[in-house]
Design a protein around this ligand. Structure first.
Ligand code: GLN
Length: 627
């Protein structure tokens, strides 16, 4: 029976899952029921992991994820191991079914979980792969509890928000702490609570975190209130009342913030910060102005300059865990990146991006970021043109829409709308030697276009759009899905190996690697019966699944086109500031060469100067028929 509010230092009890005898024991048998349910995973060392909890007040959309990941990066740079988690109040199990119009893009993790775009921010800023333990929704928690209830695991006990739901949240946080450092217990768990304090749907998370802080003991948890300072134009000065009221909601919930971070357009005045501090018991040296910056990538440095990191270390009593050598190296690398980011760009290029959700950039957040990473490395000033292909009905329309472009990306998508316009854009790119990167659906439409216009299969299409088409060149292949062991879900999700053909452009771009891992989210793929015919006609599949005939990268020969590449996976999901995705780098480098054919491109690193016709080193031979 667990009745103590303060768990012992080390716990060796089992609390794992279903029918676990210890789980049952904790609940107590009839007659001696525990009022507290606060499971501790086996091997969990109390005090080893510290928790930083970031809560929003006043309003959402303040960049909690960016704040949280920047702070986590600062601590990671000091040699600490960090594990972020986003707690979502909604009842969906994952973000797979969410409309990108409402929620931004669906970000796919290595293990195939479809998550919120904030997880992309964490992966990029921390340069760390996340998994399903880093993302929790109310739907996941309730499902687990209700399944357990139906099995009778609660032994007659009424199942309650407190302690059972809050207990489950604490269990998940401690499980993450225990495995967050590649299977080892990590130094700091960063908890981002979705929504704002006072929302009905995240109340149980806030209560669970209050309990966690109490159970873990002093110096264990640092609550950060991210608030917003309004500056009404009619007054022309910053007002603190909304922030005060927002923080009061936290105090009412039993949470005393240790740090207050004030989001605002302009630097927050001392007067405003003093007022907020006085009403919320937080001293001035723990209140920070987090005003708008030129780039989100400069936030970690700004936080450090304001000594936010030092305050966190003091609150959590972990100064002695810092590794200064690690910090110097990490800071040096980041500094170089931010300097390049802010430097004047030498190459001006226009990149077209076709997209159904063109109106909403969040729907393509990772593509936007991947381009930014490449632009920084290659000193490119990229002007992105978002093109709605529903209005492109003829070749002339495509020519007009793509005039003046130096490269084009056809991103992933679902549904028929705008597909024919995308195919016309591919044709334009192929016949006008415009650098092309097709992603997922963009890979599939490149195959369709080639089959129709070069290989001589006018009825070529995807069965997603025309189930009974004459040339089902892109089709759903359930047999392969079974072979791959993907059951349950109908989509092929998550990281898979991609074997890159020797001598191919793809292999060259990936620095000669024979095999890479990339992330997928699709249902349809190239029908294997057409692979050889496509290759004979000049479209080569240079990236494949190691065991099954699943085509994963396509390209044209260097003599045919300066840069025509498609990926069945989503290269944007693995692009990071210091290590941009190679397929994006290839596109941007090719776009620079297109924009400045006469200019000396000596400043382009050798890696990104591939594919000049006649360049024997990078000849990309496809003499043998692909096996
Ligand atoms: N709709 C296509 C498929 O399901 C492409 C998916 C995508 O672009 N993510 O295969």
């Amino acid at each position: 029976m667990l009745s103590s509010r303060m768990p012992p230092q080390t716990h060796d009890q089992h609390n794992e899952h279903d029918q676990d005898p210890d789980f049952l024991a904790r609940l107590g048998t009839s007659g001696e029921m525990s009022e507290n349910y606060s499971p501790i995973p086996e091997g969990y060392q109390q005090g080893r992991t510290k928790f930083v909890v970031v809560l929003g007040t006043v309003m959402s959309g303040l960049g909690k994820g960016i704040f949280s990941s920047s702070l986590a990066k600062l601590l990671k740079d000091k040699g600490l191991t960090v594990a972020p988690i986003k707690l979502e109040g909604y009842l969906n199990i994952d973000s797979g079914t969410l409309n990108p119009y409402r929620h931004g893009e669906v970000f796919v993790l290595e293990d195939g979980l479809e998550t919120d775009m904030d997880l992309g921010t964490y992966e990029r800023i921390l340069d760390q792969n996340l998994n399903r333990k880093n993302f929790l929704t109310a739907g996941q928690i309730y499902t687990e509890i209700l399944e357990r209830e139906r099995r009778g695991d609660y032994l007659g006990r009424d199942v309650q928000m407190i302690p059972h739901v809050t207990g489950e949240v604490k269990r998940k946080l401690r499980e993450l702490a225990l495995t967050g450092n590649q299977g080892k217990q990590c130094d700091v768990v960063f908890v981002e609570v979705g929504g704002t304090a006072g929302d009905y749907e995240n109340g149980f998370y806030i209560e669970a975190l209050r309990e966690l802080a109490f159970e873990e003991g002093p110096d264990s948890t640092c609550f950060v209130a991210l608030t917003y300072i309004i500056e009404p134009s009619i007054l022309g000065e910053q007002k603190s009342k909304a922030a005060q009221l927002g923080i009061k909601r936290l105090l009412e919930a039993g949470i005393q913030p240790s740090i207050i971070a004030c989001r605002a357009k302009d630097p927050v005045t001392n007067q405003v910060m003093e007022k907020i501090g006085m009403f919320s018991n937080v001293p001035m040296n723990r209140i920070f102005s987090m005003h708008d910056r030129e780039s989100i990538y400069t936030i970690p440095d700004a936080m450090r300059a304001a000594r936010l990191d030092g305050q966190i270390l003091s609150i959590l009593d972990m100064h002695e865990r810092v590794d200064p050598t690690h910090e110097d190296r990490a800071r040096g690398e980041w500094k170089q990146f931010t300097q390049q980011l802010l430097a004047t760009r030498r190459h001006k290029i226009n990149i077209a991006i076709t997209g159904k959700y063109a109106a909403l950039r969040d729907a393509y957040a990772s593509i936007d970021k991947a381009l930014e990473h490449c632009a920084t490395q290659l000193s490119a000033d990229i002007n992105a043109h978002w093109i709605d292909t529903t209005s492109i009905e003829t070749s002339a329309d495509a020519d007009k829409a793509l005039a003046g472009m130096h490269g084009i990306i056809v991103p992933g998508g679902f549904g028929l709308r705008g597909v024919e316009g995308k195919i016309l854009c591919v044709e334009h790119a192929r016949t006008n030697r415009l650098p092309y990167l097709g992603i997922c659906l963009g890979f599939q439409v490149a195959v369709i276009e080639y089959a129709r216009n070069v290989m001589g299969l006018p009825g070529a299409h995807s069965t997603e759009f025309e189930p009974d088409c004459a040339g089902a060149i892109i089709a759903e292949l359930p047999e392969q899905k079974k072979l791959e062991g993907i059951l349950g879900g109908t989509m092929r999700l998550g990281a898979q190996d991609v074997v890159l053909r020797e001598g191919s452009l793809a292999r060259h771009l990936y620095n000669g690697q024979a095999s890479v891992r990339e992330r997928f989210r699709h249902r349809y793929e190239v029908e294997p019966g057409y692979i050889d015919r496509l290759a004979d006609a000049g479209l080569h599949f240079s990236g494949r699944h190691p065991d099954y005939p699943i085509m994963q990268v396509l390209e044209l020969e260097s003599t045919q086109h300066p840069y025509f590449v498609g990926a069945q996976f989503h290269p944007e999901l693995t692009s990071r500031p210091l290590t941009p995705n190679p397929l994006f780098m290839g596109l941007v480098a090719a776009a620079i060469r297109t924009a400045e054919p006469e200019a000396s491109l000596d400043d382009l690193p050798a890696q990104w100067k591939p594919n000049h016709s006649g360049d024997t080193a990078n000849g990309h031979e496809f003499a043998q028929s692909p096996g």
